[in-house]
Design a protein around this ligand. Structure first.
Ligand code: HEM
Length: 478
């Protein structure tokens, strides 16, 4: 008899537990979604989503609705995080449920980027990719192995600038591509045009275009994937095929090179890693800032001359003695961030945050550019002012932009130490060797516009500037 009671007790306990979870769940679902623009029946906020300058629109919504804003794109909930505080609370403190990526029908499934770390769903494959990348470039110590490579690549960069300064953007791209490919595969990039660098650039540009939230309708309505190619509006299928070929080539061509090198017994140890080419944007922003803000340039050069002297170029060992240059690099990362609205995360379970219901499967977008352009945190945010990061006692400074510009939680950019070192190195060696000023045309100074491209990775639009060696001595050093 007592056995039957024990079993009954267990059954009752299980039923009670089930009912309790249902009550909690129903209560959760009764909590409101975060506020946001109203939207239309069925399509929701599709028409509210900006086609460019997303960050500015998200900031407008911040003023209307607050730090957490929700949108609905057909049946998909999107949550915009408008302050670093909520981004840290959700994406870092609750990272065990906020670290998935949305399924991107176009870029992920049709083109194949879901096979790379950036779009890999949260799970075992994600963890093993991260472990691997972490071993290679995960900490400042690991990056030290690449300091001499970065220093020698930047010397080549200075030479290219000296000969063809008007091609600065191409030189930045070439140097960044060359550095990453050399680090990953031990492949020596050719001067001028190089097939592998071109492939990496093309693939990364395509990724940038296709990974914007809502960039392709098929991301919101996955069934469109099955419309026949001749169907009106199905041009995205041809585009997917072409993007897929670029991605496959980017993987296969260097891989085949490595295989051939291994067969011939001359394979360098830094192999097997593919990285995104985001440092290009930061470095080009640096040139734009130096063109527009001569006073910041002059102060940084004065510091370099005083600390390093003019008989040699700066090296990584000088870094800690150059606080103004450090502040200038921080300002480069803040002024116009490379990834203005991050890479979207996806939440794996229902959550309640700040009294709002965040449904499982919501796409979470941190408004990084919005954080950096908040005048309450960074005074006069659209101007380039390294002084905001300089303080005699290291107190009362705004947050270091490097705490946020690389994303959050378990998805934080694994290339952040590499990127920070390589951008610092480009800035400091260029400042030591060259003066960057406005270009002159028909006797008139040309004011470059501060305009950026649309896409996950945002680049300054091409602009003109003049780049000349600071002195005969500097030229001799190059
Ligand atoms: C200025 C330079 C860079 C910036 C601003 C930047 C920024 C970012 C951001 C915002 C994310 C998304 C993080 C998130 O989801 O919360 C990311 C992801 C990623 N970045 Fe970077 N990045 C830079 C350079 C690099 C470099 C040099 C590499 C490789 C050497 C790299 C490799 C990656 C990878 C593989 C991911 C995907 C990580 C994942 O999904 O788990 N990045 N980056």
């Amino acid at each position: 008899m007592s056995n039957i009671w024990n079993i009954l007790d267990l059954v009752l306990a299980a039923v009670a537990a089930y009912l309790l979870t249902q009550v909690v769940r129903n209560n959760r679902q009764r909590l409101p979604l975060p506020p946001g623009p109203k939207g239309l029946p069925f399509i929701g906020n599709v028409l509210d989503m900006p086609k460019e300058k997303e960050s500015e629109k998200f900031t407008e919504w911040r003023h209307l609705y607050g730090d957490i804003v929700s949108l609905r794109l057909f049946g998909q909930t999107m949550i915009i995080l408008n302050s670093p505080k909520v981004a840290v609370e959700m994406l870092e403190r609750k990272s065990s449920i906020y670290s998935d990526r949305p399924r991107m029908e176009f870029g992920g499934e049709m083109v194949g980027w879901n096979q790379t770390l950036v779009l890999t769903p949260y799970g075992e494959r994600f963890r093993s990719y991260r472990r691997f990348v972490h071993q290679l470039i995960g900490g400042k110590q690991q990056i030290k192995r690449f300091h001499s490579l970065m220093e020698s690549e930047s010397r080549k960069f200075l030479k290219r600038l000296l000969h063809t300064p008007e091609q600065v953007q191409a030189h930045i791209r070439h140097t960044a591509g060359s550095l990453i490919i050399k680090m990953a595969y031990g492949y020596e990039v050719q001067e001028g045009k190089d097939a592998i660098v071109d492939l990496v650039e093309l693939a990364v540009d395509q990724f940038s275009a296709l990974s914007r939230p809502g960039a392709f309708l098929v991301d919101i309505m996955p069934f469109l994937r099955y419309v026949p190619p001749w169907f009106p509006g199905a041009g995205f299928k041809t585009a997917a095929e072409s993007f897929k070929k670029t991605l496959n080539d980017m993987v296969d061509v260097p891989f085949n090179f490595v295989k051939a090198r291994m067969a011939s017994g001359c394979f360098s140890e830094e192999h097997g890693f593919r990285g995104a080419d985001t440092t290009v944007s930061a470095n080009y922003s640096f040139f734009l800032a130096m063109t527009l803000y001569p006073e910041a340039q002059r102060k940084a050069q004065e510091e370099i001359d005083r600390v390093v002297g003019t008989d040699r170029l700066p090296v990584f060992a000088d870094r800690e003695n150059l606080p103004y240059v450090e502040a200038l690099v921080q300002e480069v990362f803040r002024w116009n961030p490379v990834v203005p609205i991050g890479v979207p995360h996806r939440v794996l379970e229902d959550d309640i945050h700040a009294g709002y219901f965040i449904p499982k499967g919501s796409i979470i977008v941190p408004n990084i550019a919005g954080f950096f352009h908040d005048p309450e945190v960074y005074e006069d945010p659209h101007n380039f002012i390294p002084e905001r990061f300089v303080s005699a006692d290291g107190k009362n400074m705004p947050p270091d932009p490097r705490d946020y510009c690389f994303g959050f939680g378990r998805r934080i950019c694994p290339g952040l130490h590499f990127a920070d070192a390589s951008v610092w190195n480009t800035c400091v060696t260029t400042l030591a060797a060259f003066n960057i000023t406005k270009a002159v045309e028909n006797g008139k100074l040309i004011d470059p516009l501060v305009e950026y491209t649309v896409g996950t990775i945002s680049h300054p639009k091409p602009f003109r500037c003049a780049i000349k060696p600071r002195s005969a001595k500097a030229e001799a050093l190059i």
